[in-house]
Design a protein around this ligand. Structure first.
Ligand code: MFK
Length: 554
């Protein structure tokens, strides 16, 4: 009988995750975990079952833009995929945004919210994109103090009823680029009646089906650069779902991945807009949005890694080669174990950022503020790079099947590749990390957090990872301090410093978590991950000869 390979399958994505339940038990305690666990288990079954099957069945379907109706009216209708329509309902009813703002769990509301996101996200075809921006818009409006806009939008952004829930866009990127936002060309003009109107082109507006958006425009007469921009609220759609006049969808982007996300180019031609706060300093005003979406990015990076590993591990238990299952082959097992260690470290960095976000939102501890300001870019940039590396190895571990589109496996890599790009590239975020560390007390807050975690890891089996994390952290801090007087040296080494901080923090959090797991009967997975992670290289800081850089670039 001819041979047919069994495809990889998924079980309950909550129960099968080797990190999540132990982390939640540590964060919440047994009683509170028991209260939130049934919903996570329900989401885990959905994520590994019907949603994943729908994802595979709907692999080639993509959003479609129809610009004109049969009678010549401009409609710019975007038809979403069936899974995206289902995702919108699930996101609202399970409060994937709203749960972060729930009062009863206090600062831990963010942990519960992102635990749900972590379990469900890999089966939502990147519906995390509009959710991240919706969460960011809610935070930005709350921080702005604009009560009228808070009352208008917050009940919708945090709605648990799909019939009333809104999502929000974040329109920052123009043809001038997505990094140096201060170059934006959109002009804001005020009518005689005081209504602001926006004129310009938005070059990369993800999830264009949102009901509202936060965007930047330059009030006429304002200075060039980011200080001259102002933050505006745009009502993108009316109650009938139609686009507000003054917005035209020029086309959808043809992207490497995130193909279900209807990312568009827009022309704004006099669309009405509401000033959120001051008529300048818009980049500063939108930074709460950046911080929240970067946190989502970190969590979605680790949830993507989990999905890639779940499929690769299952496949290794079904695929025979050279007389044995792949999982019983020493080299294959060694490769997958290395990926698990990277996942474990990344998970704890992302969820440390989530935990501190919750503390900062509910409390007023200045040390937490400073820690969060540095932790957010570090977590985003470090986990995004790991997500791409893990996705690449995971599809390679499935051999040729991993490269064939209709297995669904290549999508893991194509969708991961956006994570180091959007919401700030690795280099932009490395510079942001340096900026954050340059503010008084931030370096001390990061070092104190790492040391406090390392001090918990007392088991002799954790001595090597503890030493590796401590040495790498000390080296990064000393190098950055020594390079302060030389802007070119500091900037050229910024990525190595930021990634070293990210990897040191991952190992510090992993060592502390491993100790807790050993003491609470949670097995040796985390301790093994810490030991293995330490061997992958933590300290990337080095002085690269800048003459070599010039010679290499000609
Ligand atoms: C799964 C997740 C899915 C997420 C989906 C979202 C899809 C959306 C797609 C996109 O929109 S992608 C485009 C995203 N673009 C970016 O993320 C922007 C990347 N560029 C940067 O982050 C630059 O660093 C930045 C634009 C902020 C630099 O601009 P400037 O004009 O040089 O800003 P400057 O002067 O450094 O900072 C202005 C103010 O903001 C300063 O405050 P002060 O006025 O009080 O001094 C800064 O301290 C503050 N600031 C800047 N970055 C900050 C910040 N504050 C807090 N956090 C930050 N990260």
């Amino acid at each position: 009988m001819a041979f047919f390979q069994d495809p990889p399958r998924l079980g309950n994505q909550y129960d099968e995750d080797p990190m999540l339940s132990a982390f939640l038990a540590r964060s919440f305690g047994a009683a509170d975990l028991a209260a939130i666990e049934p919903e996570l288990r329900e989401l885990g079954a959905l994520s590994g079952g019907p949603l994943h099957r729908l994802q595979l069945a709907d692999l080639t379907n993509e959003p479609v833009l129809t610009q004109w109706d049969p009678w010549g009216n401009r409609i710019d209708h975007i038809e979403l995929t069936p899974l995206w329509k289902e995702a919108a309902k699930l996101a609202a009813t399970h409060g994937l945004v709203a749960a972060g703002y729930d009062a009863p769990l206090g600062a831990r509301a963010r942990v519960q919210q992102f635990a749900k996101v972590h379990v469900l996200n890999p089966s939502l075809d990147v519906y995390s994109c509009p959710l991240a921006m919706t969460d960011g818009a809610a935070r930005t409006l709350l921080d702005s103090g604009n009560q009228a806009l808070v009352e208008r939008a917050l009940p919708r952004l945090l709605a648990r009823d799909p019939a009333t829930a809104w999502t929000s866009g974040q329109w920052m990127t123009e043809r001038t680029g997505g990094s140096d936002v201060g170059l934006s060309e959109t002009v804001a003009r005020k009518d005689a009646d005081g209504t602001w109107r926006l004129y310009g082109t938005k070059w990369f507006t993800s999830a264009t089906t949102a009901e509202m958006a936060l965007t930047l425009g330059r009030p006429e007469g304002n200075a060039d650069g980011s200080r001259g921009l102002a933050l505006f609220y745009v009502q993108v759609r009316g109650a009938d779902g139609r686009l507000t006049p003054g917005i035209a969808v020029n086309r959808l982007k043809d992207k490497l991945g995130t193909r279900k996300v209807p990312t568009a180019e827009l022309t704004l031609d006099g669309v009405p807009a509401i000033l959120v706060g001051a008529d300048s300093d818009g980049v500063r005003a939108i930074t709460p949005m950046l911080s929240i979406t970067r946190t989502w990015n970190a969590v979605c990076s680790v949830s993507g890694m989990r999905r890639a590993l779940a499929l690769a591990r299952d496949y290794a238990g079904r695929r025979m080669a050279f007389g044995a299952l792949l999982r019983d082959k020493p080299l294959h097992a060694d490769t997958l174990a290395g990926l698990e260690a990277e996942y474990a470290g990344a998970f704890l960095l992302a969820f440390r950022a989530v935990t501190v976000l919750g503390l900062v939102e509910r409390g007023n501890d200045e040390a937490d503020d400073r820690l969060l300001r540095a932790l957010t870019p570090i977590a985003k940039l470090t986990t995004a790079k790991q997500a791409v590396a893990v996705a690449s190895e995971a599809i390679e571990s499935c051999g040729g099947a991993g490269y064939v589109e209709d297995t669904g496996l290549p999508r893991l890599l194509a969708d991961a590749q956006v994570l180091p790009i959007w919401e700030g590239t690795t280099n932009v975020l490395s510079l942001d990390t340096l900026r954050a560390l340059g503010k008084g007390g931030a370096i001390e807050a990061v070092v104190a957090d790492a040391r406090a975690h390392l001090a918990q890891a007392k088991d002799p089996g954790l001595a090597a990872p503890v030493a590796a994390a401590r040495d790498a952290l000390d080296h990064a801090v000393a190098w950055a301090g020594g390079a302060m007087g030389s802007p070119e040296r500091l900037e050229s080494g910024a990525r190595r410093v930021a990634l070293t901080l990210g990897r040191s923090l991952e190992l510090a959090y992993l060592s502390a978590h491993a100790q807790w797991c050993l003491e609470h009967g949670r097995g040796g997975y985390a301790a093994a991950a810490a030991r293995r992670f330490a061997k992958h290289g933590v300290d990337l800081v080095d002085d690269i000869d800048r003459d070599d850089t010039r010679a290499l670039l000609g």
